[in-house]
Design a protein around this ligand. Structure first.
Ligand SMILES: [Zn+2]
Length: 338
């Protein structure tokens, strides 16, 4: 049994979602791939064609991915679209590769399947309709789902090591966004909310401090240019991690200092950097280190706030000094010109 549940998730599908998709239609895919039967035959082996295009099933225990747990993504054998992540693979004992979630909410197409006198939910690649297998409501918590998939419908694809995301809260997201937009290796920064209990919270709701969400930023970055540990060193150095639920005049749990990790490696890195940084502060570091749950982007007028509103008093008084501090401490880490 491998541990699969420290999930890199920004959503979690449950059986209720699956039923809804099967009855009302699945979410739209990012792209579509369509080919004729002859075109599929030309690129697939006979058994891949039989299973993926003609809805066949491989015999239990015979598929090449049953026993494999190395890191990586499983893509559709027909169109290469990533469908499942090996970190969400688990040993179900069924004889077929089993997953608790797809990689994205819209990766999979769901349809009711009444063949063989049973009512089941068939899962397909949402990009090219390749048959993958079925999904059942008897998987492990927290999702409770078991995607039971044919090895012949999938191929293991190399994980892209040049793009990762990190979700951090360091007080007001206008400030942290402005800092990380200037760091080399950062491709995109988005302001949002995470760590709370309400779905799709608004700025006004989180501002009450009652939804449990923190103001966070989602940083898309290249770990080969900016390793996660260095990203965290910049994070600790450019906000005050010693004040509980407060940054300067901003008070409330929405302003807490928090690192949301995606897997065990990130958790260990975050704990190590937190220990390393304590010598730089007079007071104890109170930064929370928690598993990532649901994340919601903030409203449009909170995105790119500092760059759009530089003359505002808040930007001049609160954000300018943080950007200056970044400039002086991390010269080598800065983008050439912003
Ligand atoms: Zn496909």
């Amino acid at each position: 049994m491998c541990s699969t549940l420290e999930i890199r998730k920004e959503y979690m599908l449950t059986w209720i979602d699956v039923i809804k998709f099967a009855n009302n239609g699945s979410p739209a895919p990012d792209r579509r791939v369509e080919k004729t039967e002859d075109e599929w035959k030309a690129i697939l082996t006979p058994s891949q064609f039989q299973i993926a295009r003609l809805k066949g099933t491989e015999r239990a225990g015979t598929g090449e991915f049953c026993e494999r747990h190395e890191p990586g993504l499983y893509g559709c054998v027909c169109c290469d679209t990533p469908l499942f992540d090996s970190r969400l693979k688990f040993e179900s004992g069924s004889g077929w590769p089993s997953f608790t979630q797809p990689v994205k909410e819209n990766a999979i197409k769901y349809e009711k399947d009444t063949s063989y006198g049973m009512v089941r939910v068939e899962v397909m690649c949402n990009t090219c309709d390749a048959h993958q297998g079925h999904v059942f409501p008897d998987g492990p918590e927290p999702s409770g789902l078991r995607y039971c998939i044919n090895s012949a419908s999938m191929k293991l694809i190399e994980e892209d090591k040049t793009e990762a995301t990190a979700i951090l809260g360091g007080g007001c997201f206008w400030c942290t966004e402005a800092v990380f937009q200037r760091v080399k290796g950062v491709e995109k920064v988005e302001s949002g909310y995470s760590g709370g209990t309400v779905k799709n919270p608004t700025y006004r709701e989180i501002g009450t401090g009652r939804t449990g969400h923190a103001e966070v930023i989602k940083i898309t970055y290249n770990p080969e240019v900016l390793p996660y540990a260095d990203l965290l060193r910049i994070f600790f150095s450019t906000h005050d991690p010693t004040t509980l639920n407060r940054q300067g005049y901003d008070q409330g749990t929405q302003y807490r200092s928090v690192i949301f990790y995606r897997d065990e490696d990130e958790k260990q890195t975050a704990e190590a950097v937190k220990v390393e940084m304590k010598d730089y502060f007079d007071d104890p570091i109170v930064t929370e280190i928690s598993p990532l749950g649901a994340y919601y982007p903030a409203e449009e007028d909170h995105q790119d706030y500092y760059n759009e509103n530089r003359e505002q008093p808040y930007c001049r008084a609160i954000i300018d000094p943080k950007v200056q501090k970044l400039r002086s401490m991390f010269k080598d880490r800065l983008k050439d010109e912003i």
